[in-house]
Design a protein around this ligand. Structure first.
Ligand code: F6P
Length: 377
């Protein structure tokens, strides 16, 4: 019988994404089976820690959730304890520390994105032992080549663009597909190359409207009477600003991006005499069952997080670097965004096969000339 000398809390912070449940299962099963630990699950991210809304997580509670999207614990992106929106932005971090001590936790495993890792870092300074597990469809966390959820989002976006091809071809249209990703273009890049998109527009490369129009015209002239454009929600044209869907205090990140596809369509209407349609993929990219890759990544990272906690190591996020599992100190991650570097091999490969990135003179040095896909960075 387990003696439960180790007691660990777990939460899922920020927005949901496919693979969170797989990570939760891995953390809980590994801690229970390998380390005789008692696991407590907090409801709705840090909100559950602030309000001490918590219940035991047993092995059987996480059985059968590997393939399920979302999070069985619930999530919240309004529950930053240092800017706690349910209480008008108050600093309630002392409440988190109190819960941690009252429940006599040895550590907290926080499955989350950049917001969660920044909170985790600040709580570490207050004496809370935290191990982070990176999840977000955006793949924008510093310190890890991959985040749980990204592969699934890319797969969904790729499938969607494949389907849009048929209408584009039949009706000789310019079809613009908007992906999520906030200030980084990982989803648009990977789904765009995977689906043979003609133009890929990333936040990292300000696009030129005339270049995009030129691609559409050149294709039409050469007999290909349609063009598919993948545009990341954070893309901007030269001197343009981010296109914002919503501003406000309702969210920890007060800006919600969205709408660039319609802005681009308007920009292209004058130079092009073609019908143009837009599709915003939105939360479709965050829904449903995780891919095999994401399930395996979540299982690997979740069990590594459990091992670190059992070993007494906290203040880190588990990570994948060059196909190896490792951990990175939270202070090296907090407050940063991992954008797509211009020497990314997938950009070089896209250019090689004629994909436009919305500018005329994009020169990419991959260094090795190796267009390996495995590392995604
Ligand atoms: O960070 C994940 C993400 O899906 C982003 O790609 C997107 O900008 C944002 O969350 C949407 O947030 P919400 O679910 O609050 O609309």
């Amino acid at each position: 019988m387990p003696n439960n000398s180790l007691r660990v809390g777990v939460l899922t912070g920020g927005g949901d994404c496919p693979g969170i449940n797989a990570a939760l299962r891995a953390v809980t099963k590994s801690l229970t089976l390998q380390h005789d630990a008692e696991v407590l699950g907090f409801r709705d991210g840090f909100r559950g820690v602030v309000n001490r809304n918590v219940e035991p997580l047993h092995y059987r509670d996480v059985s059968g959730i590997l393939t399920r999207g979302g999070t069985i614990l619930g999530a919240s992106n309004k529950a930053d304890p240092f800017n706690y929106l349910p209480r008008g932005g108050a600093d309630v971090s002392a409440q988190v520390v109190k819960t941690y001590r009252t429940l006599d936790l040895d550590a907290l495993v926080a499955i989350g994105g950049d917001g969660t890792m920044s909170i985790a870092h600040r709580l570490t300074d207050l004496g809370v032992g935290i191990v982070g597990v990176p999840k977000t469809i955006d793949n924008d966390l510093v310190g890890t080549d991959r985040t749980v959820g990204f592969d699934t989002a890319v797969t969904i976006a790729t499938d969607a663009i494949d389907r849009i091809h048929t209408t584009a071809q039949s009706h000789h249209r310019v079809m613009i597909v908007e992906t999520m990703g906030r200030y980084s273009g990982w989803i648009a890049l990977h789904a765009g190359v995977a689906s043979g998109t003609d133009v890929i527009l990333l936040p990292e490369i300000e696009y030129d409207v005339e270049t995009v129009a030129g691609v559409c015209r050149d294709r039409a002239r050469s007999g290909q009477r349609f063009t598919i454009v993948a545009v990341a929600e954070g893309a901007r044209h030269e001197e343009g600003d981010y296109v914002v869907q919503e501003r406000g205090q309702e969210y920890t990140d007060s800006i919600r991006l969205g709408g660039i596809s319609r802005v681009l369509a308007d920009q292209l209407r004058e130079p092009l005499d073609t019908s143009i349609r837009t599709t915003v993929l939105g939360h479709m990219q965050r829904g449903g069952s995780p891919t095999a890759y994401d399930r395996n990544l979540a299982t690997t990272l979740g069990s590594r997080a459990a091992a670190l906690v059992a070993d007494g190591t906290t203040g880190v996020m588990v990570a994948v670097q060059d196909d190896a599992v490792t951990q990175v100190p939270l202070d090296e991650i907090a407050g940063q965004t991992r954008t797509v570097p211009l020497n990314n091999p997938l950009i070089a490969s896209g250019l090689d096969v004629g994909t436009s990135f919305g500018v005329d003179d994009l020169k990419v040095q991959t260094g090795t000339g190796d267009a390996s896909l495995s590392h995604g960075r």
